[in-house]
Design a binder for this molecule. Sequence first.
Ligand code: FPP
Length: 249
Amino acid sequence: MAELVQTENSVEQKEYPPLENPPYHVGIIMDGNGRWAKQNGKSRFEGHKAGTENLRRTLKSSVEFGVKMLTIYAFSTENWKRPPFEIMGLMKILENVIDTELEELNKNGVQLRHIGQLERLKPIIRNKVLYAIDKTKHNDRLILNVAFNYGGRDEIVHAVKRVIADNIPPDEITADLLSHYMYTADCPDPDLIIRTSGEFRTSNFLIWQAAYAEYYITPTYWPDFDKAEYYKALQTFSRRDRRYGGRNE
Ligand code: FPP
């Protein structure tokens, strides 16, 4: 396995020179599976499956390009509004990914985490997610946060409720404290958020954490967002001048 990674790296290094300043934490809104399916005469489910295949490729590229943390928007709190058949398909994909990919992810040093609420998921899926989190908790090559039944507003409400339940006095409430009550408590804020399929909106993804994230939006549908375009997104990021509201003289 190590040999395989090494072989790949040496081949790919030639095509993709190391980035000077890769983002540590990348968030991805994997949009456009449905439109990709329509364009290719396939069902929406097949579109989501193609999106899952692309995720597998993106994980490999993330390790190669020096990204240490990836947060993917797999199912939002608003996605419950979709037809039951499509919701079932997305749940099935999550279950299948754990069943079929966990060993490989674990071997490749990926630490799986979840952000959002697991409570609404079927116990069998919830337990599989918890098992995967526990099994990979010591891995440190790439941290993969799966946002599933996640919404930024829901996260903020959830955090505020916990602050109140902990009897935190108003004077002690700071942005830093609130950050520690978010689902992403021990994650640095995302540096770069990629959104595929050309929509210019946050769709409730990491709205607290992305205050100073750089955005990269491409018209490419998620299943077609390949390694070359991922590299381009990271390269674009590494040339941006991040000022965080201050000035870089
Ligand atoms: C948005 O495309 C995509 C989603 C709502 C689901 C994303 C899920 C995957 C890529 C599968 C990976 C999942 C897991 C659990 C690892 P859309 O359906 O809104 O596309 P459209 O806007 O073109 O209709």
